[in-house]
Design a protein around this ligand. Structure first.
Ligand code: NAD
Length: 317
């Protein structure tokens, strides 16, 4: 598996990253043995980056990922773990300094780790971005100084949140961003922001290459926030691939992996089979390239919904 530099962190992360939200049962129940085999298989195939959050499954994803990593018995310096703070299933959003400071301790206990490699403020568009600038990032800096997190990130859906925050914090205080659903076949809007992020020296993680299940044969979960026109266009694209005996998921995975300025593509996985398929898609891309004909056909099916997204967060004053 190809390793890529993550901004200026010095971390080298696998191009395919393991999104652990499915381990919190958010896309359906995952038996513990299945979860352990998926993580073990990922490590064996060279996937070294794992992403979780206290929010996923109301802390279940963190606990299960911690268990799977312990079970895999891999030396701590052989894998990179990111978790998040500020978003909780029961409490909602709380980006106060006190809450995020307590949060990392809770996460470390659940993960069974002494430190996380990356601690993100999770979905920051749900609070005042000025609070993120003035209170949350300084608190995360202190956590970084304590050694409980090596690097700091911010995540969220609207792309405008990134320049807002990065233009107002001291240079170097945010190491990475995690953007989701904005670099895949149906939505490429993250591309416009890449030169800005590079200039700031901020590492780029992208997530949800399958658009949170839209670009799969089984389709999205019931809670998926996309408007119906996007859901039906993605369904049509998946059916088109199916009729040709091809996989929309493989195509979507490969598409997101094609941009080397994005260090890692987090895909949610819940079984060894999915791990093997997604890693195979990456290897095939590096040896044979993408199926251009199928890509053009799928792009034209999705053209009417290109960059269609959905609202997320509070209105910023
Ligand atoms: P995704 O686009 O990766 O889709 C995940 C879905 O696709 C799951 O149902 C999974 O089982 C399925 N899938 C994966 N591989 C498959 C395969 N080969 N064949 C068929 N189905 C397959 O969406 P996601 O899980 O939401 O995003 C990936 C990860 O990124 C998350 O787990 C999370 O770690 C991270 N993420 C973070 C944020 C944030 O910080 N705000 C937001 C979204 C995602």
């Amino acid at each position: 598996m190809e390793l890529r530099e993550l901004g200026g962190t010095g971390l080298r992360v696998s191009a395919v990253g393991f999104g652990a939200s499915p381990l919190g049962n958010v896309f359906g129940d995952v038996p513990r043995d299945t979860a352990r085999s998926a993580v073990r298989r990922a490590l064996d195939l060279g996937v070294n980056f794992f992403d979780t959050s206290p929010y996923y499954g109301g802390t279940i994803s963190e606990s299960v990922l911690g268990d799977c990593l312990r079970h895999a018995a891999v030396p701590r310096d052989q894998f990179v773990v990111a978790t998040k703070c500020g978003r909780y299933k029961d409490e909602g959003f709380d980006f106060s300094a006190a809450r995020v400071t307590r949060s990392v301790d809770e996460s470390l206990v659940r993960l069974g780790l002494d430190y996380v490699d990356i601690l993100h403020a999770h979905d920051i568009e749900f609070t005042s971005l000025d609070q993120i600038v003035n209170e949350t990032i300084p608190a995360l800096q202190k956590i970084k100084e304590s050694g409980k997190a090596r690097f700091i990130g911010i995540t969220g859906l609207p792309l405008s949140i990134y320049p807002y925050v990065l233009d107002r914090v001291p240079p170097g205080s945010v190491d990475v961003i995690l953007s989701y659903c904005h670099f895949g076949i149906n939505d490429t809007s993250l591309v416009d922001l890449l030169p800005y992020l590079k200039n700031k020296g901020v590492g780029v993680i992208t997530a949800s290459p399958l658009a949170m299940g839209l670009l799969t044969d089984s389709g999205p979960p019931e809670w998926h926030p996309a408007p119906e026109q996007l859901k039906s266009a993605c369904r049509a694209a998946a059916e088109h691939c199916g009729r040709k005996g091809k996989s929309i998921t493989k195509l979507a995975m490969q598409y997101s992996l094609m941009n080397n300025e994005i260090s890692t593509v987090l895909v949610g996985m819940n079984s060894s089979k999915q791990v093997e398929e997604n890693v195979a898609a990456a290897l095939e891309l590096s040896t044979s390239g993408i199926d251009e004909e199928l890509l053009h056909e799928v792009e034209s099916i999705l053209e009417p919904v290109k960059n269609v997204t959905w609202p997320s967060g509070i209105e910023q004053s």
